[in-house]
Design a protein around this ligand. Structure first.
Ligand code: SF4
Length: 65
């Protein structure tokens, strides 16, 4: 699974971090993906990532794979 955050769309609301702090963080006011999150992923995290992407208020999160 590949996740990216579009800094052109993200406005740092932090919703993704609230939903899934093991995957998302905020750096410099923008959402970011924590490197290596997949190694520490728990069952269901991929579904949670997709839910976080769908819940992003500016649709800044892209998920593929
Ligand atoms: S939920 Fe979306 S807008 Fe908010 S910090 Fe995360 S990526 Fe940015």
């Amino acid at each position: 699974m590949r996740i990216s955050v579009d800094p052109e769309r993200c406005y740092g609301s932090g919703d993704c971090v609230y939903r899934l702090p093991s995957v998302f963080t905020v750096v410099g006011g923008f959402g970011a993906v924590i490197p290596g999150w997949e190694e520490a992923a728990e069952t269901g995290d991929e579904a949670r990532v997709r839910a976080a992407a769908e819940g992003c208020p500016s649709q800044a999160i892209s998920v593929s794979g």
